[in-house]
Design a protein. Structure first.
Length: 92
């Protein structure tokens, strides 16, 4: 099913991105970046977040080590978050 009509993202593409051993996005913004696009109207963000939560809940490698419940070696810390940008701007 098409979740994001602006970027033509399907629920399957989002689930595959969430299962990625390299990236494993945990926010809608990370999903957009992982799939090579960016948010347009933002209406799909809630649905993307729900798909992420469902994907994390069924992960066979779930453990307490990873904040998302995944034992994968994803690079979540390499992706700047809005909170990181606010801290950097405040430091300037």
């Amino acid at each position: 099913m098409i979740v994001c009509s602006c970027n033509v993202l399907t629920d399957n593409a989002i689930r595959e991105a969430c299962a990625s051993l390299d990236v494993a996005p945990r926010t809608p913004g990370q999903v957009y970046r992982c799939l090579g696009c960016s948010a347009q109207c933002g209406r799909c963000s809630r649905t993307i977040k729900t798909i992420i939560e469902q994907a994390v809940a069924v992960c066979p490698a779930a453990c307490a080590v990873c904040p998302g419940g995944h034992a994968h070696a994803h690079n979540e810390n390499d992706i700047p978050q809005l909170s990181d940008l606010a801290v950097l701007e405040a430091a300037e």
